[in-house]
Write a protein that binds this ligand. Structure first.
Ligand code: NIG
Ligand code: FE
Length: 419
Protein backbone atom coordinates (compact mmCIF):
# COMPACT_ATOMS: atom_id res chain seq x y z
CA UNK A 1 0.00 0.00 0.00
CA UNK A 2 1.40 3.35 -0.99
CA UNK A 3 1.21 6.38 1.30
CA UNK A 4 -1.76 8.69 0.88
CA UNK A 5 -1.18 11.70 -1.34
CA UNK A 6 -3.04 14.79 -0.21
CA UNK A 7 -3.49 17.76 -2.54
CA UNK A 8 -4.35 20.80 -0.44
CA UNK A 9 -5.05 24.47 -1.01
CA UNK A 10 -7.21 24.06 -4.13
CA UNK A 11 -9.10 27.23 -5.05
CA UNK A 12 -11.99 25.40 -6.75
CA UNK A 13 -12.60 21.80 -7.80
CA UNK A 14 -14.88 21.49 -10.85
CA UNK A 15 -16.33 18.10 -11.72
CA UNK A 16 -19.17 16.60 -13.82
CA UNK A 17 -22.00 15.14 -11.76
CA UNK A 18 -24.59 13.84 -14.23
CA UNK A 19 -24.66 10.18 -15.27
CA UNK A 20 -23.21 9.75 -18.75
CA UNK A 21 -23.98 10.11 -21.56
CA UNK A 22 -24.74 13.68 -20.49
CA UNK A 23 -27.34 15.05 -22.88
CA UNK A 24 -28.54 18.54 -23.77
CA UNK A 25 -29.29 20.84 -20.86
CA UNK A 26 -27.70 18.45 -18.37
CA UNK A 27 -24.37 19.34 -19.95
CA UNK A 28 -24.60 22.69 -18.21
CA UNK A 29 -24.28 21.09 -14.78
CA UNK A 30 -20.95 20.95 -12.93
CA UNK A 31 -20.25 20.66 -9.21
CA UNK A 32 -17.98 23.32 -7.70
CA UNK A 33 -16.16 22.85 -4.40
CA UNK A 34 -14.39 25.93 -3.08
CA UNK A 35 -11.21 25.83 -0.96
CA UNK A 36 -10.87 22.09 -1.13
CA UNK A 37 -8.60 19.05 -1.02
CA UNK A 38 -8.24 15.76 -2.88
CA UNK A 39 -6.86 12.64 -1.16
CA UNK A 40 -5.39 9.91 -3.38
CA UNK A 41 -4.45 6.32 -2.54
CA UNK A 42 -2.98 3.74 -4.93
CA UNK A 43 -3.76 5.75 -8.09
CA UNK A 44 -7.42 6.40 -7.30
CA UNK A 45 -9.36 9.12 -5.50
CA UNK A 46 -9.85 8.29 -1.83
CA UNK A 47 -11.82 11.40 -0.94
CA UNK A 48 -12.28 15.06 -1.82
CA UNK A 49 -14.18 17.98 -0.39
CA UNK A 50 -14.02 21.31 1.38
CA UNK A 51 -11.10 22.04 3.72
CA UNK A 52 -7.58 20.65 4.10
CA UNK A 53 -8.36 16.94 4.42
CA UNK A 54 -6.44 16.93 7.69
CA UNK A 55 -7.99 13.62 8.73
CA UNK A 56 -5.88 11.94 6.04
CA UNK A 57 -2.60 13.17 7.51
CA UNK A 58 -0.39 10.64 9.29
CA UNK A 59 3.38 10.14 9.40
CA UNK A 60 3.47 8.78 5.86
CA UNK A 61 1.18 11.20 4.04
CA UNK A 62 2.69 13.07 1.10
CA UNK A 63 1.33 16.60 0.83
CA UNK A 64 1.19 18.63 -2.40
CA UNK A 65 0.23 22.28 -2.37
CA UNK A 66 -2.08 23.24 -5.25
CA UNK A 67 -1.25 26.90 -4.59
CA UNK A 68 -4.79 28.11 -5.21
CA UNK A 69 -5.00 26.66 -8.70
CA UNK A 70 -8.33 25.34 -9.94
CA UNK A 71 -8.59 21.56 -10.45
CA UNK A 72 -10.57 19.70 -13.13
CA UNK A 73 -10.62 16.05 -14.26
CA UNK A 74 -7.88 15.16 -16.77
CA UNK A 75 -8.92 16.08 -20.30
CA UNK A 76 -9.89 13.17 -22.57
CA UNK A 77 -9.14 13.75 -26.24
CA UNK A 78 -11.21 11.09 -27.96
CA UNK A 79 -10.22 11.60 -31.61
CA UNK A 80 -6.67 11.80 -32.95
CA UNK A 81 -4.51 10.56 -35.80
CA UNK A 82 -1.47 10.53 -33.52
CA UNK A 83 0.93 8.23 -35.39
CA UNK A 84 1.98 9.45 -38.85
CA UNK A 85 5.11 10.50 -40.70
CA UNK A 86 5.99 14.00 -41.81
CA UNK A 87 3.84 17.09 -42.19
CA UNK A 88 1.89 18.84 -44.95
CA UNK A 89 2.80 22.51 -44.76
CA UNK A 90 2.92 22.53 -48.59
CA UNK A 91 -0.86 21.98 -48.61
CA UNK A 92 -1.46 24.70 -46.09
CA UNK A 93 -0.88 27.36 -48.73
CA UNK A 94 -3.26 25.64 -51.17
CA UNK A 95 -5.96 25.43 -48.50
CA UNK A 96 -5.38 29.06 -47.68
CA UNK A 97 -5.90 29.99 -51.33
CA UNK A 98 -9.22 28.12 -51.23
CA UNK A 99 -8.38 24.76 -52.89
CA UNK A 100 -10.92 22.28 -51.39
CA UNK A 101 -9.56 19.61 -49.03
CA UNK A 102 -11.19 16.77 -51.02
CA UNK A 103 -9.61 18.03 -54.29
CA UNK A 104 -6.17 17.71 -52.71
CA UNK A 105 -7.01 14.11 -51.79
CA UNK A 106 -8.37 13.41 -55.31
CA UNK A 107 -5.04 14.51 -56.78
CA UNK A 108 -3.18 11.89 -54.70
CA UNK A 109 -2.17 14.36 -51.97
CA UNK A 110 -3.83 14.78 -48.61
CA UNK A 111 -4.25 11.55 -46.67
CA UNK A 112 -2.58 9.56 -49.48
CA UNK A 113 0.51 11.77 -49.32
CA UNK A 114 0.86 10.96 -45.61
CA UNK A 115 0.23 7.27 -46.37
CA UNK A 116 3.22 7.24 -48.70
CA UNK A 117 5.47 8.83 -46.06
CA UNK A 118 4.15 6.61 -43.26
CA UNK A 119 4.72 3.42 -45.25
CA UNK A 120 8.34 4.45 -45.83
CA UNK A 121 8.96 5.55 -42.24
CA UNK A 122 10.70 3.31 -39.73
CA UNK A 123 9.04 2.25 -36.48
CA UNK A 124 11.54 4.41 -34.61
CA UNK A 125 10.87 7.54 -36.69
CA UNK A 126 7.11 7.20 -36.18
CA UNK A 127 7.63 6.58 -32.48
CA UNK A 128 9.82 9.65 -31.98
CA UNK A 129 7.48 11.97 -33.90
CA UNK A 130 4.42 10.78 -31.98
CA UNK A 131 6.27 10.92 -28.64
CA UNK A 132 6.88 14.64 -29.21
CA UNK A 133 3.17 15.14 -29.90
CA UNK A 134 2.21 13.25 -26.74
CA UNK A 135 4.45 15.54 -24.69
CA UNK A 136 2.74 18.60 -26.15
CA UNK A 137 -0.69 17.11 -25.46
CA UNK A 138 0.20 16.21 -21.89
CA UNK A 139 1.45 19.71 -21.26
CA UNK A 140 -2.04 20.98 -22.18
CA UNK A 141 -3.70 18.58 -19.73
CA UNK A 142 -4.63 15.62 -21.93
CA UNK A 143 -4.54 12.45 -19.82
CA UNK A 144 -6.34 9.98 -22.11
CA UNK A 145 -6.01 9.99 -25.89
CA UNK A 146 -7.71 7.97 -28.60
CA UNK A 147 -5.29 7.22 -31.46
CA UNK A 148 -6.28 5.93 -34.89
CA UNK A 149 -4.29 4.09 -37.52
CA UNK A 150 -5.24 4.86 -41.13
CA UNK A 151 -2.02 6.02 -42.77
CA UNK A 152 -0.78 2.52 -43.56
CA UNK A 153 -3.77 1.22 -45.56
CA UNK A 154 -2.30 -2.26 -45.81
CA UNK A 155 -1.94 -4.86 -43.10
CA UNK A 156 1.79 -4.47 -42.53
CA UNK A 157 1.71 -0.70 -42.19
CA UNK A 158 -1.54 -0.44 -40.24
CA UNK A 159 -0.05 -2.91 -37.75
CA UNK A 160 3.14 -0.83 -37.65
CA UNK A 161 1.14 2.27 -36.70
CA UNK A 162 -0.88 0.42 -34.07
CA UNK A 163 2.22 -1.17 -32.57
CA UNK A 164 3.93 2.22 -32.36
CA UNK A 165 0.93 3.47 -30.38
CA UNK A 166 1.08 0.41 -28.10
CA UNK A 167 4.79 1.00 -27.41
CA UNK A 168 4.16 4.68 -26.73
CA UNK A 169 1.55 3.77 -24.18
CA UNK A 170 4.15 1.84 -22.21
CA UNK A 171 6.61 4.74 -22.26
CA UNK A 172 4.36 7.78 -21.85
CA UNK A 173 2.01 8.74 -18.99
CA UNK A 174 -0.97 9.41 -21.30
CA UNK A 175 -3.34 6.41 -21.55
CA UNK A 176 -3.98 5.54 -25.19
CA UNK A 177 -7.15 4.00 -26.65
CA UNK A 178 -6.43 2.29 -29.97
CA UNK A 179 -8.62 2.47 -33.07
CA UNK A 180 -8.14 0.68 -36.40
CA UNK A 181 -8.94 2.96 -39.36
CA UNK A 182 -8.02 1.01 -42.47
CA UNK A 183 -11.13 2.69 -43.92
CA UNK A 184 -9.53 6.15 -43.97
CA UNK A 185 -9.08 6.21 -47.77
CA UNK A 186 -8.79 3.78 -50.68
CA UNK A 187 -5.04 3.34 -51.25
CA UNK A 188 -3.77 4.16 -54.75
CA UNK A 189 -2.94 0.53 -55.61
CA UNK A 190 -6.66 -0.29 -55.18
CA UNK A 191 -8.07 2.81 -56.86
CA UNK A 192 -9.73 0.74 -59.59
CA UNK A 193 -10.73 -2.06 -57.24
CA UNK A 194 -12.71 -0.74 -54.27
CA UNK A 195 -14.23 -4.13 -53.64
CA UNK A 196 -10.74 -5.67 -53.50
CA UNK A 197 -9.66 -3.16 -50.86
CA UNK A 198 -12.79 -3.50 -48.74
CA UNK A 199 -12.68 -7.29 -48.68
CA UNK A 200 -8.98 -7.21 -47.74
CA UNK A 201 -9.76 -4.71 -44.99
CA UNK A 202 -12.52 -6.94 -43.58
CA UNK A 203 -10.03 -9.80 -43.34
CA UNK A 204 -7.39 -7.53 -41.77
CA UNK A 205 -9.91 -6.39 -39.17
CA UNK A 206 -10.28 -9.96 -37.94
CA UNK A 207 -6.51 -10.30 -37.56
CA UNK A 208 -6.24 -6.96 -35.77
CA UNK A 209 -8.85 -8.23 -33.33
CA UNK A 210 -6.97 -11.49 -32.75
CA UNK A 211 -3.75 -9.55 -32.19
CA UNK A 212 -5.61 -7.22 -29.76
CA UNK A 213 -4.11 -4.18 -31.45
CA UNK A 214 -7.28 -2.08 -31.36
CA UNK A 215 -10.53 -1.90 -29.42
CA UNK A 216 -12.42 0.24 -31.92
CA UNK A 217 -12.96 0.66 -35.67
CA UNK A 218 -13.56 3.97 -37.47
CA UNK A 219 -14.62 4.69 -41.09
CA UNK A 220 -14.31 7.97 -43.06
CA UNK A 221 -17.78 8.15 -44.61
CA UNK A 222 -17.62 10.93 -47.20
CA UNK A 223 -18.20 11.62 -50.91
CA UNK A 224 -15.27 10.10 -52.81
CA UNK A 225 -14.03 8.19 -49.77
CA UNK A 226 -16.35 5.50 -48.27
CA UNK A 227 -20.07 5.56 -49.11
CA UNK A 228 -22.88 5.05 -46.61
CA UNK A 229 -23.36 1.48 -47.88
CA UNK A 230 -19.66 0.72 -47.52
CA UNK A 231 -19.54 2.27 -44.05
CA UNK A 232 -22.53 0.14 -43.00
CA UNK A 233 -20.87 -3.00 -44.30
CA UNK A 234 -17.52 -2.35 -42.59
CA UNK A 235 -18.97 -1.19 -39.27
CA UNK A 236 -21.51 -4.02 -39.07
CA UNK A 237 -18.71 -6.52 -39.48
CA UNK A 238 -16.59 -4.65 -36.90
CA UNK A 239 -19.47 -4.77 -34.45
CA UNK A 240 -19.89 -8.51 -34.99
CA UNK A 241 -16.21 -8.93 -34.17
CA UNK A 242 -16.74 -7.08 -30.86
CA UNK A 243 -15.17 -3.72 -31.71
CA UNK A 244 -16.51 -0.38 -30.48
CA UNK A 245 -17.57 1.40 -33.70
CA UNK A 246 -17.44 5.05 -34.69
CA UNK A 247 -17.50 7.13 -37.84
CA UNK A 248 -16.15 10.30 -39.44
CA UNK A 249 -19.59 11.46 -40.56
CA UNK A 250 -21.13 14.42 -42.39
CA UNK A 251 -17.86 16.32 -42.32
CA UNK A 252 -18.12 17.97 -45.72
CA UNK A 253 -21.28 16.61 -47.40
CA UNK A 254 -24.61 15.82 -45.69
CA UNK A 255 -24.68 12.11 -46.57
CA UNK A 256 -26.61 11.02 -43.51
CA UNK A 257 -23.65 9.39 -41.76
CA UNK A 258 -24.82 10.56 -38.35
CA UNK A 259 -28.20 8.87 -38.82
CA UNK A 260 -26.51 5.65 -39.92
CA UNK A 261 -24.23 5.90 -36.87
CA UNK A 262 -27.29 6.00 -34.59
CA UNK A 263 -28.87 3.02 -36.41
CA UNK A 264 -25.69 0.97 -35.99
CA UNK A 265 -25.24 2.06 -32.34
CA UNK A 266 -21.94 3.79 -32.99
CA UNK A 267 -20.38 5.03 -29.76
CA UNK A 268 -19.68 8.36 -31.46
CA UNK A 269 -20.17 10.10 -34.79
CA UNK A 270 -17.46 12.64 -35.39
CA UNK A 271 -17.16 16.02 -37.22
CA UNK A 272 -20.84 16.65 -38.22
CA UNK A 273 -20.29 20.08 -39.77
CA UNK A 274 -22.79 19.12 -42.51
CA UNK A 275 -25.27 17.09 -40.39
CA UNK A 276 -28.93 17.01 -41.53
CA UNK A 277 -31.57 18.40 -39.15
CA UNK A 278 -33.40 15.07 -38.91
CA UNK A 279 -30.18 13.39 -37.78
CA UNK A 280 -29.74 15.92 -34.96
CA UNK A 281 -33.13 14.79 -33.69
CA UNK A 282 -32.18 11.15 -34.08
CA UNK A 283 -28.96 11.71 -32.12
CA UNK A 284 -30.85 13.43 -29.31
CA UNK A 285 -32.85 10.25 -28.67
CA UNK A 286 -29.82 7.98 -28.76
CA UNK A 287 -26.73 7.20 -26.70
CA UNK A 288 -24.44 7.97 -29.64
CA UNK A 289 -22.26 10.95 -28.83
CA UNK A 290 -21.73 13.83 -31.26
CA UNK A 291 -17.96 14.23 -31.17
CA UNK A 292 -17.25 17.74 -32.48
CA UNK A 293 -13.82 18.82 -33.70
CA UNK A 294 -13.70 22.63 -33.93
CA UNK A 295 -9.94 22.71 -34.63
CA UNK A 296 -10.65 21.11 -38.02
CA UNK A 297 -13.24 23.76 -38.91
CA UNK A 298 -10.75 26.42 -37.91
CA UNK A 299 -7.98 24.98 -40.08
CA UNK A 300 -10.10 24.04 -43.12
CA UNK A 301 -12.25 27.21 -42.86
CA UNK A 302 -15.28 25.01 -43.49
CA UNK A 303 -17.71 26.41 -40.95
CA UNK A 304 -18.42 24.99 -37.52
CA UNK A 305 -20.78 22.24 -36.36
CA UNK A 306 -24.09 23.47 -34.94
CA UNK A 307 -23.25 22.63 -31.36
CA UNK A 308 -25.79 25.05 -29.90
CA UNK A 309 -28.67 23.55 -31.87
CA UNK A 310 -27.52 20.03 -30.99
CA UNK A 311 -27.30 20.73 -27.26
CA UNK A 312 -30.55 22.68 -27.23
CA UNK A 313 -32.26 19.71 -28.90
CA UNK A 314 -30.86 17.28 -26.33
CA UNK A 315 -27.80 15.71 -28.01
CA UNK A 316 -24.86 14.48 -25.90
CA UNK A 317 -21.75 16.27 -27.19
CA UNK A 318 -18.03 15.70 -26.73
CA UNK A 319 -15.20 17.89 -28.02
CA UNK A 320 -11.96 16.47 -29.40
CA UNK A 321 -8.76 17.63 -31.02
CA UNK A 322 -8.52 15.59 -34.28
CA UNK A 323 -4.75 16.12 -34.26
CA UNK A 324 -3.53 15.10 -37.75
CA UNK A 325 -1.18 16.52 -40.41
CA UNK A 326 -3.84 17.52 -42.96
CA UNK A 327 -6.88 19.05 -41.33
CA UNK A 328 -5.86 19.88 -37.77
CA UNK A 329 -2.11 20.14 -37.19
CA UNK A 330 -2.15 21.20 -33.54
CA UNK A 331 -1.79 19.43 -30.20
CA UNK A 332 -3.00 22.48 -28.26
CA UNK A 333 -6.10 21.02 -26.61
CA UNK A 334 -6.86 24.19 -24.68
CA UNK A 335 -7.08 26.10 -27.98
CA UNK A 336 -9.60 23.47 -29.16
CA UNK A 337 -11.61 24.12 -25.97
CA UNK A 338 -11.38 27.87 -26.56
CA UNK A 339 -12.77 27.34 -30.09
CA UNK A 340 -15.63 25.35 -28.55
CA UNK A 341 -16.37 28.39 -26.45
CA UNK A 342 -15.97 31.08 -29.07
CA UNK A 343 -17.16 29.34 -32.26
CA UNK A 344 -19.45 26.57 -30.99
CA UNK A 345 -20.86 28.95 -28.37
CA UNK A 346 -20.77 26.33 -25.65
CA UNK A 347 -20.67 27.38 -21.99
CA UNK A 348 -17.66 26.59 -19.76
CA UNK A 349 -19.66 23.90 -17.94
CA UNK A 350 -20.83 22.31 -21.21
CA UNK A 351 -17.26 22.23 -22.48
CA UNK A 352 -15.97 20.64 -19.28
CA UNK A 353 -18.53 17.82 -19.61
CA UNK A 354 -17.59 17.55 -23.30
CA UNK A 355 -13.88 16.98 -22.63
CA UNK A 356 -14.22 14.68 -19.61
CA UNK A 357 -17.24 12.50 -18.84
CA UNK A 358 -18.84 12.34 -22.31
CA UNK A 359 -15.65 11.23 -24.11
CA UNK A 360 -15.00 8.81 -21.22
CA UNK A 361 -18.44 7.33 -21.92
CA UNK A 362 -18.01 6.79 -25.64
CA UNK A 363 -14.54 5.34 -25.15
CA UNK A 364 -16.05 2.88 -22.66
CA UNK A 365 -14.12 4.34 -19.71
CA UNK A 366 -16.71 6.22 -17.67
CA UNK A 367 -16.58 3.79 -14.72
CA UNK A 368 -12.98 4.80 -14.06
CA UNK A 369 -12.41 8.15 -15.82
CA UNK A 370 -14.01 11.48 -16.64
CA UNK A 371 -14.90 12.96 -13.26
CA UNK A 372 -13.54 13.53 -9.77
CA UNK A 373 -15.27 10.76 -7.87
CA UNK A 374 -14.21 8.44 -5.06
CA UNK A 375 -12.73 5.28 -6.58
CA UNK A 376 -12.02 6.75 -10.02
CA UNK A 377 -8.47 7.24 -11.29
CA UNK A 378 -6.85 10.37 -9.94
CA UNK A 379 -6.44 12.03 -13.35
CA UNK A 380 -6.36 15.72 -12.56
CA UNK A 381 -5.31 19.00 -14.14
CA UNK A 382 -4.36 21.99 -11.96
CA UNK A 383 -4.94 25.15 -13.96
CA UNK A 384 -3.33 28.44 -13.05
CA UNK A 385 -6.56 30.45 -13.39
CA UNK A 386 -8.91 32.17 -10.93
CA UNK A 387 -11.97 30.32 -12.27
CA UNK A 388 -13.09 28.04 -15.11
CA UNK A 389 -14.45 30.75 -17.48
CA UNK A 390 -11.04 32.46 -17.34
CA UNK A 391 -9.35 29.68 -19.35
CA UNK A 392 -11.66 30.38 -22.31
CA UNK A 393 -11.23 34.14 -22.09
CA UNK A 394 -7.43 34.20 -21.81
CA UNK A 395 -6.87 32.31 -25.05
CA UNK A 396 -3.90 30.86 -26.91
CA UNK A 397 -1.77 30.19 -23.85
CA UNK A 398 -1.32 27.10 -21.74
CA UNK A 399 -2.98 27.39 -18.31
CA UNK A 400 -1.73 24.01 -17.03
CA UNK A 401 0.42 24.02 -13.95
CA UNK A 402 0.40 20.42 -12.74
CA UNK A 403 -1.06 17.20 -14.19
CA UNK A 404 -1.71 13.95 -12.33
CA UNK A 405 -2.33 10.64 -14.09
CA UNK A 406 -3.42 7.70 -11.95
CA UNK A 407 -2.23 9.53 -8.86
CA UNK A 408 1.22 10.34 -10.20
CA UNK A 409 2.30 13.94 -10.82
CA UNK A 410 3.49 13.86 -14.44
CA UNK A 411 3.65 17.59 -15.09
CA UNK A 412 5.00 19.70 -12.26
CA UNK A 413 5.06 23.49 -12.37
CA UNK A 414 4.70 23.15 -16.15
CA UNK A 415 7.70 20.77 -16.31
CA UNK A 416 7.18 17.26 -17.61
CA UNK A 417 8.52 14.43 -15.45
CA UNK A 418 8.45 11.29 -17.60
CA UNK A 419 9.94 8.56 -15.43
O1 NIG B 1 -10.37 13.66 -39.23
N1 NIG B 1 -11.39 13.48 -42.28
C1 NIG B 1 -10.60 12.56 -42.36
N2 NIG B 1 -9.50 12.33 -41.64
C2 NIG B 1 -8.80 13.31 -40.91
C3 NIG B 1 -7.84 14.06 -41.77
C4 NIG B 1 -6.71 13.24 -42.23
C5 NIG B 1 -5.71 13.93 -43.10
O2 NIG B 1 -6.01 14.91 -43.80
O3 NIG B 1 -4.58 13.44 -43.08
C6 NIG B 1 -9.78 14.19 -40.15
O4 NIG B 1 -9.97 15.36 -40.46
FE1 FE C 1 -10.21 12.47 -37.82
Amino acid sequence: MKATLLIQNIKTIYTPVATPPVHGKHMNKIKEIHQGFIAIKDSTILDFGVGDGDKYIDNHTIIHNANQTIVVPGFIDSHSHLVHAGSREDEYEKLNEGVPYLDILKDGGGILGTVEKTRKASFEALYQQAMKSLDHMLSYGVTVLEAKSGYGLNFENEVKQLEVAKQLELAHPISIQHTYMGAHAIPSEFKDDREGYISTLLEDMKKIKELRLAGAVDVFCETGVFSLMEARRILSKAKDLGFIIKMHADEIHPLGGAGLGVDLHCSSVDHLMAIRDEDIEKLAYSNTIANLLPGTSFYLKKGYAQARKMIDEGVAVSISGDYNPGSCPTENFQFIMQLASRELKMTPYEILNAVTINPAYHLGLSATHGSIEIGKYANLVCLDAPNLPYIFYHYGINHTKDVYIEGKRVVYQKQIVRS
